[in-house]
Ligand binder design. Structure first.
Ligand code: UFG
Length: 325
């Protein structure tokens, strides 16, 4: 297959592109490099620097299927700058879908998110639970899911939305390398590497066993497997939506402890106020993906996720560290 990976210079996109290449597929990457890195585009992929609004049609030439990862994806920023998110996520994706319709390319896997559910009534979260996003990021991803559903019904698109929980780790030499980092595991590891003084723990009085927030960390290599399985099994007229997590929750404190074990560093931590919009606990049920996609996460140990992220951080040059803000 020849697959267009939008956002293929970003974290999940570059891993998916590398996975597809390793399986013998051809890959075209479309990325405007607004948050991605040119260096993250895997060798062997054709790279088009451009945006979804102007360049989707050209990028789709000769393409059989699309993995759509390009997006703005910071929860806090989405609340402060909603226009960037409605334009950058929803309007841009509608342009991509229209370009796909014109080109007759109807097979798509979309990067959706657990943030579409908002504060869950219970965990683990299943796909039939209410979608009540508590931030603009989640709202834009939910709007796109709904647009894709109607494109499947009316135009015969063959689609899967994958609702990621907390993605982490590295795979095939690709990992998290953002200029502005807000995610727990890379931040903790940057402390271990001596690039930051300490990690701030956002609240220790949540209704969880140790008082810190609980999340479901999924290895990015397992996530890439799910994308490939979804692409290969999409059916015209059908929009499938699957949660993807490892099914186990770890608290912020547990994550820091595992990072201490893996890195052998002390990792100073201090208590900070709760971060606005954080739910206490997010854990996925991935039973539907396991049953219907035949997906089985292989790297479910948090230690493996952290060790792979740590190796990746060590592989980055000084330029990557000094570029961070
Ligand atoms: N945290 C800290 N200190 C930090 C950073 C994070 O204590 O410096 C805590 C957060 O409060 C949260 C946990 O670590 O409890 C995980 O935070 P992340 O920022 O790593 O991830 P989130 O759970 O906020 O968000 C992730 C994705 C979103 C997605 C969401 C849905 O980044 O894109 O999961 O589950 F929407």
């Amino acid at each position: 297959m020849r697959v267009l990976v939008t956002g293929g210079a970003g974290y999940v996109g570059s891993v998916c592109a590398a996975e597809l290449l390793s399986l013998g597929h051809e890959v075209v990457v479309l990325d405007d490099l607004s948050t991605g890195n040119r260096d993250a585009v895997p060798e062997g992929a054709r790279f088009i620097e451009g945006n979804l609004l102007d360049d989707s049609a050209a990028a789709l030439e000769g393409v059989d299927a699309v993995i759509h990862c390009a997006a703005r994806s910071l929860v806090g920023e989405s609340v402060e700058q909603p226009a960037e998110y409605w334009q950058g996520n929803v309007v841009s994706t509608l342009a991509l879908l229209e370009a796909m319709r014109s080109a007759g390319v109807r097979n798509i896997v979309f990067s959706s998110t657990a943030a579409t559910y908002g504060e869950p009534e219970q965990v683990p979260i299943t796909e039939d639970m209410p979608t009540r996003p508590t931030n603009t990021y989640g709202a834009t991803k939910l709007a796109i899911d709904q647009a894709i559903t109607s494109y499947c019904v009316a135009y015969g698109f063959a689609a899967t939305s994958l609702r990621y929980f907390n993605v982490a780790g590295a795979h095939l030499g690709h990992g998290e390398n953002r200029v502005v980092e807000t995610h727990l595991i890379p931040l903790v590891l940057q402390v271990a590497a001596g690039h930051r003084e300490e990690i701030k723990v956002f609240g220790d009085n949540w209704p969880t066993p140790d008082g810190t927030c609980v999340r479901d960390y999924i290895h990015v290599g397992d996530l890439a497997d799910a994308h490939v399985l979804a692409l290969e099994s999409n059916e015209p007229g059908v929009h499938r939506i699957f949660n993807l997590g490892s099914g186990e929750g770890f608290s912020v404190q547990e994550v820091i402890d595992v990072c201490r074990e893996v890195t052998g560093h002390e990792i100073p931590a201090s208590l900070a106020p709760r971060r606005a919009g954080d739910p206490a606990t997010l854990i996925a049920s991935s039973a539907l993906a396991e049953n219907e996609l035949g997906w089985k996460p292989k790297r479910t140990e948090l230690r493996t996720v952290v060790a792979d992220a740590w190796d990746f951080l060590g592989s980055l040059g000084d330029a990557a560290h000094s570029a961070r803000r």
